[in-house]
Design a protein around this ligand. Structure first.
Ligand code: NDP
Length: 324
């Protein structure tokens, strides 16, 4: 038996229960991982509330790092003792030990800590696919990135700066603005008190930006569209403030023949070569110092509820991990 944070129904943080679970032995294509650190991601709160339904009961969490204790009968590429991390493959990470499919498993390079791997893999691969594949950014461009001081946001600010892209980042407070700037954000807008679309127009000489990376959702939707150039791309990739209301496609025409996409990491790394490319590119920018994973909050695994409360009340910056 192992201890885990499990939910039996969806709801507030009160549904998170610290329970004993039976993990079992790894089958074909699986390994048993003893976690050393577990990543906390906004998606964990969507699973908890039911915004993204998961079969119940469910151990939450989609990202972790640790050491392989046991491998399934047919597993050749991994062995007990390997230091590994994963981001995906379904919930189950908020656990001292779990079974993981080798399809999503990656070896952690020397020089990258378990904590950084657990904190940064999902958020970093998200930045990779967004800036390399959803909208391949070019040096000299100016882009708008919401929640720039968050987990995904701080990685994006650093990575984009390293390739010569000017980031206009929105943030919820002056302290977060300072942090985003220290991580490479060229301009910050405190969108809780400023009209960010108006400010984006001012900062771009009236033109607007070619792309908006919007993970805030409901409250920023309209302003994001209003920040785009004609034929710009709206990348709606999250719902921290709630899901975007149903839209009329005519809105895209009225606001300048805009493009819209709603991407998810799982689609972009579904094929093993794409997963490896995304992870290796991330490990490279961490390795050469362009991107530092900023773990600003850590909680004992048993206190995952505190982590969720901090994240949902906008009380965190950078990444958050749980320690078993
Ligand atoms: P963050 O650390 O960015 O936390 C969310 C941030 O959103 C908050 O800190 C806050 O920053 C901002 N925010 C704005 N309005 C609200 C609100 N009403 N309630 C709570 N937060 C609000 O989280 P992550 O880095 O884990 O994830 C960022 C986003 O990216 C999430 O929406 C997540 O779902 C999405 N995502 C999507 C993926 C995909 O594949 N599509 C993959 C990974 C992440 P501030 O105070 O500065 O406004």
């Amino acid at each position: 038996m192992t201890k885990a944070i499990r939910i039996h129904e969806t709801g507030g943080t009160e549904v998170l229960r610290w329970e004993s679970v039976d993990v079992g032995a790894p089958g074909n294509g699986q390994v048993a991982v003893r976690h050393t650190a577990i990543g906390v991601n906004y998606i964990d709160t969507y699973h908890r509330t039911g915004l993204y339904p998961v079969p119940l009961p469910a151990v939450l969490g989609v990202e972790g790092a640790g050491v392989i204790e046991e491998v399934g009968p047919d597993v050749k590429d991994f062995k007990p003792g390997d230091r590994v991390a994963y981001a995906g493959g379904g919930p189950g990470a908020y656990s001292e030990r779990r079974l993981v499919s080798t399809a999503v498993l990656l070896k952690i390079p020397d020089g990258i800590s378990d904590r950084d791997a657990a904190a940064g893999l999902l958020q970093g691969m998200t930045v990779q696919f967004l800036i390399r594949r959803t909208y391949p950014v070019k040096a000299g461009e100016t882009v708008l990135w919401h929640a720039a001081a968050g987990g995904v946001g701080l990685i994006a600010c650093q990575w984009l700066k390293s390739i010569g892209v000017n980031v206009i980042g929105t943030v919820g407070s002056d302290e977060k603005a300072e942090l985003a700037k220290a991580n490479g954000c060229a301009h910050t807008i405190v969108y809780t008190r400023e009209d960010f679309a108006k400010r984006v127009r001012e900062l771009t000489g009236g033109e607007g930006v070619p792309v908006v990376f919007d993970s805030v959702g409901k409250t920023t939707w309209e302003g994001s569209l209003n920040s785009l150039k004609p034929m710009g791309l709206m990348v709606s990739f999250g719902n921290a403030s709630g899901a975007v209301e149903p839209i009329s496609v005519g809105q895209l025409a009225a606001k300048g023949s805009l493009f819209l996409t709603r991407p998810a990491l799982a689609t972009y790394v579904a094929k093993r070569p794409d997963l490896e490319r995304a992870a290796n590119e991330l490990f490279d920018v961490i390795g050469d110092g362009s991107v530092k994973i900023t773990v600003n909050q850590s909680f004992p695994l048993a206190e995952a509820a505190q982590a969720h409360r901090a994240l949902e009340s906008r009380g965190t910056t950078g990444a958050t991990i749980l320690l078993p």
